[in-house]
Structures are given as C-alpha cells and as structure tokens.
Design a protein. Structure first.
Length: 296
C-alpha cells in the first residue's frame, strides 16, 4: 500500500531506499520514519515491480525520495532480488537497509504481539527465524546499512534512521554502547571490542571501597591516581576516536565496546564511564551500561 507524505524540500536527484530484513526487526518503523522525513513510501512491493517503479520515480517531477519494503513473504521471488538490485543501482541512486535482531529478541517480540511468524509451517518461532535468516543472507551481503535493533526501542530506532537519512554529522551516524562487566560472569556476547582492565590496581582490596562501585567519586579518584590508568584512558580514547570513523564508513550503525575487570564493580565501571565522556565530547552518540555493578 502506497502512502504519500506531506510536502518536503525538493531534492534534485531521485533517491530510492529499500528496506528489508528479518520479520520483527522493525521494518515498518523504519518505513514510517522515512515517510515522516518526506519519503514516498511503499509497503511490500513485489520484487518484479521494483524496476518499473524505479522508472516511474525517475520520470516523476513530484516524487524524488522513495522508500519501499521488500520482505520474506516474496518467497521464491527473493532469489531474483540480488540481480534486480545490482541493475537498479546503475539506473537510480539506491540504498539497501537490512534490519536484524538477535534470535531470542525476535522470539520475544513475536511472543509479546502473539502474532505467527510469516514463515511458520507448524514449527517454532525460533526455527522460523533461523530459516528466514538463511534465506535472507544473500540480500544482507548487499546492504549498505545493516542495523541490529536488539537494543533499540521504537523511539531509538526512529532517531537512528532520522539522523542517518537527514544529513546528520558523521559522528552521529553510529550509536556506541560502552559497557562494563566482570570476567567471573562471562564476556558479554554482543561485544564488538573487549578490553581487559584487570591490570589496574583493584579497589576491592581496600576495605572502605569494597562495597562501593567505580561510580563513587572516591573510588574513581583512587583508580585514576595511578599513572597506568591515565595512560590507558588516553591511549584507548585515541584508538577509538581513530577507529569509529572507519566503522562509520563501513556502514556500521552501532558498536558495543566492553571493559572487563574481575567482578565488574570497580575498575571496569570507572573506565567505561570515563571513555563514554570522552567519546561524547567528540560528538559521538554514546550510552553506558554496567552489567555486573550490583553483583557480588
């Protein structure tokens, strides 16, 4: 079903954004967000109609920016999409956005909405999700933007899309999660970069600090008082400020950086908070979480 948004500023060249990905990953939210930004939106356009639709967009003086959804219900037609998209990119500026989420998150979302998975054939939702992921793998490989929505609520996903397609600064194109953890509880499974800070002096052995966390000013001052802490913060900050623009150019829309100490209560907490502040000062969108701060 096609929907036309209200007036938006004129764009000289036509632009086509194709949204696809796993069922339950947020495709409808992304389409509605682009519609709010002035894109003409089309939900579930058959693959074989995409080239004809692109020609109409190119010929229309009124429709310059267009977004459409292609999903797994296309069945066998999806196998033709890579060839269609390759040809399409030669005729009109096009961007492919692929949405996904962790399997347990997708399963939970379907459970909460009580809706069946579109590929369900009497199997569990998890089995359907795994089959869908396999079917969409060739399309995922073509995407300019791959967005994992596991940690994003609807408002955060809308914000991410609005910034990505509304002329935002480079530093705003990636959402950085900085998290602390304790090695005794395991390394976070979703970490992209992991740094071990167990070489720093441990406040846990100082009685007055044992029950406090690395967020307490006295504990933070103690950890920061050592030269190796200062040097580590400086070097890691410089490294991340160097790396993040490269991740952005690769189309990465979020990055999880994890700092671990023994229990996840003191050193890793203080370091994660400090790195968050430094990246935020550089204009990056950063969120800090402390997985194990209340354990043990």
């Amino acid at each position: 079903m096609a929907r036309s948004a209200g007036s938006s500023k004129s764009v000289q060249e036509p632009e086509l954004v194709i949204i696809t990905g796993l069922s339950g990953s947020g495709k409808v939210t992304v389409l509605k967000t682009l519609e709010d930004l002035g894109y003409y939106s089309v939900d579930n356009l058959p693959v074989e109609l995409i080239p004809k639709f692109a020609e109409l967009v190119k010929e229309s003086p009124r429709i310059r920016r267009t977004a459409l959804v292609v999903d797994v219900r296309e069945g066998e037609a999806l196998k033709r999409f890579p060839a269609v998209y390759s040809k399409l990119r030669r005729s009109i500026p096009s961007t492919l956005v692929f949405l996904e989420a962790d399997e347990e998150v997708i399963v939970r979302r379907f459970s909460e909405t009580r809706r069946p998975h579109p590929l369900s054939k009497g199997e569990s939702v998890l089995e359907s999700v795994k089959r869908e992921r396999r079917q969409l793998a060739p399309i995922r490989a073509l995407a300019e933007h791959i967005i994992n929505t596991s940690k994003l609520n609807v408002h955060e996903l809308r914000e991410l899309i609005a910034e990505k397609f509304h002329g935002e600064s480079d530093t705003a194109k990636i959402l950085v999660y900085v998290t602390s953890f304790g090695y005794r509880y395991g390394v976070p499974a979703d970490s992209d970069l992991v740094f071990d800070v167990r070489f720093l002096p441990n406040p846990n052995y100082i009685p007055q600090f044992k029950k406090l966390s690395g967020r307490h000013p006295r504990v933070a001052r103690y950890i920061r008082s050592f030269p190796q802490t200062v040097e580590f913060i400086e070097r890691i900050s410089d490294l991340l400020i160097y790396l993040l623009p490269h991740y952005i150019r690769e189309g990465k829309s979020y990055l999880t950086i994890a700092f671990g100490c023994t229990g996840g209560r003191h050193r890793s907490v203080m370091i994660a908070d400090e790195i968050r502040k430094r990246l935020a000062r550089q204009g990056f969108r950063v969120k800090a979480t402390h997985r194990d701060i209340d354990k043990g």
